[in-house]
Design a binder for this molecule. Structure first.
Ligand code: DX5
Ligand code: ZN
Length: 217
């Protein structure tokens, strides 16, 4: 399966987001990644689910929500109502992870679980039947433009092994510090999909970047 690319609008120009997401689509992206941060779970504040509603008319691409918040359950319904296609929640912030994932599925969306660089993958077998995606964080969440954490890259391969055994339909997505120079390493470890903010929006030819990364597998 070809590698999928999901640019995170956190790296886009916020003075013209509608244009930015059109540009994202034209570059050949497969979905758009929305980093929702609450300044509690992570040390940064971005935007809430209302942004999905404002931007939904400007793109036909799936909107993937990455929730980096403390009270995850309070955001699910609004994300669904505002046009999200998938919601990825953090394993570290969900006390009742199984319940939260069941709720996302009940809302009719794809469900994912994100894992911080220092967090364990041990929960995967217990929710493998409920999820569509695992999001391996290769930076500590909170900001775009950070340097990739080398040790976290091996975790992609570890997750891939567990997923193959438990539910091969689950996609492995990777987020944080990915660019043209390290993409091959990420893909070789077994990534199905990658998120990019600074490398994509900082590129003067994002279409070429997408084509290059897609050519790696
Ligand atoms: C980090 C976010 C990422 C971030 C990626 O907390 O979850 O999605 O926007 O940014 P880059 O690609 O610049 O590391
Ligand atoms: Zn993200």
């Amino acid at each position: 399966m070809a590698i999928k690319i999901s640019p995170s609008i956190l790296g886009a120009d916020f003075s013209k987001l509608a244009e930015e997401i059109k540009r994202t689509e034209q570059a050949g992206a497969d979905s758009i990644h929305f980093d929702i941060m609450d300044n509690h779970f992570v040390p940064n504040l971005t935007f809430g689910p209302m942004l999905l509603k404002s931007l939904r008319p400007y793109s036909g691409l799936p909107f993937s929500v990455h929730l980096m918040v403390e009270n995850t359950d309070e955001y699910l319904e609004e994300c669904a109502k505002n046009g999200a296609s998938s919601i990825t929640v953090h394993s570290e912030s969900c006390v009742h992870l199984h319940r939260t994932l069941s709720e996302i599925k009940r809302l009719g969306l794809k469900a994912g679980v994100a894992v911080n660089p220092a967090s364990s993958l041990a929960f995967i077998p217990y929710v493998a039947d409920l999820i569509d995606e695992i999001l391996i964080m290769t930076v500590n969440p909170g900001f775009s433009g950070q340097k990739i954490i080398a040790r976290a890259i091996n975790k992609i391969g570890e997750a891939s092994k567990i997923i193959r055994k438990e539910n091969p339909a689950v996609e492995i997505n990777v987020d944080g510090g990915i660019n043209a120079s390290n993409a091959r390493q990420i893909i070789d470890q077994g990534a199905d999909s990658i998120v990019m903010a600074s490398a994509f929006y900082g590129s003067n030819n994002p279409k070429e970047l997408v084509e290059y990364i897609k050519s790696l597998r």
